[in-house]
Design a protein around this ligand. Sequence first.
Ligand SMILES: C[S@@+](CC[C@H](N)C(=O)[O-])C[C@H]1O[C@@H](n2cnc3c(N)ncnc32)[C@H](O)[C@@H]1O
Length: 237
Amino acid sequence: MSSERGDKKPEEVRPDAIRYPSGASMLGAATGLIHRFPFFEEIGGWLSLPEGALLYDLASMVVPGNVIVEVGSYRGKSTTALALGARPGVRVYAFDPHEAHVGSNGGVYGPKDMLEFNRTMEKANTCATIFPMSCGTELVAASWKKPVQLAFIDGDHTYEGCRLDADGWIPHVVNGGYLVFDDVNLDGPGRVMKEVAELTDWTEIGVVGKVGFLRKTDPIAGAASVSKPAAGAGESS
Ligand SMILES: C[S@@+](CC[C@H](N)C(=O)[O-])C[C@H]1O[C@@H](n2cnc3c(N)ncnc32)[C@H](O)[C@@H]1O
């Protein structure tokens, strides 16, 4: 059938036309991540390549002196994306108690994931960038002292658990920093992300796959309390 009636094909969005926060294209960031660790997609977990590339890109914008926090590491897929994107000197604090339990979405978790996590870190050569924290974040966040420029929340997916994590880390995120939620298609993380977006100093930036991200922009402090992204850090070399 011809399209003379005026029905138009939906416009195709090319991955190299989608821009991530550093200015890198989705394709450039994904190529950069795979270039750094060709086995990325073999790591156990549910993070897609464009979602991992988003974390890689956001991590590349973190300025030394600030840190990255991850809540829920599982077997290290998101941790790897964050660690490989991070500039030299930027550390990733990866929280996961790795206790045996069934998550609210039916995922089965336990100590064997810690073993896989350690293997992944060794294979990806990221041991020097990561601080594995074998605990939940709910107690630690209250006494945290380091400025956080990127917090990725992918632990307890119940509304209450996710809200607790967001409430714990929000005060530590520096102006211009990012708060990222996985699984915003689910009720718990999705609702929490909407609530954060309603706070005056937070702006929802976008969603890649099921990963949603917001930026802290304190109107009093101004937009630029963190410096510019590293040139080309999210692009392949
Ligand atoms: C969906 S998996 C994380 C997947 C991982 N982020 C990735 O993309 O590869 C959820 C993980 O959160 C952990 N978890 C559950 N409650 C937590 C909490 N309060 N703090 C930190 N981690 C938690 C579980 O042990 C599980 O390994």
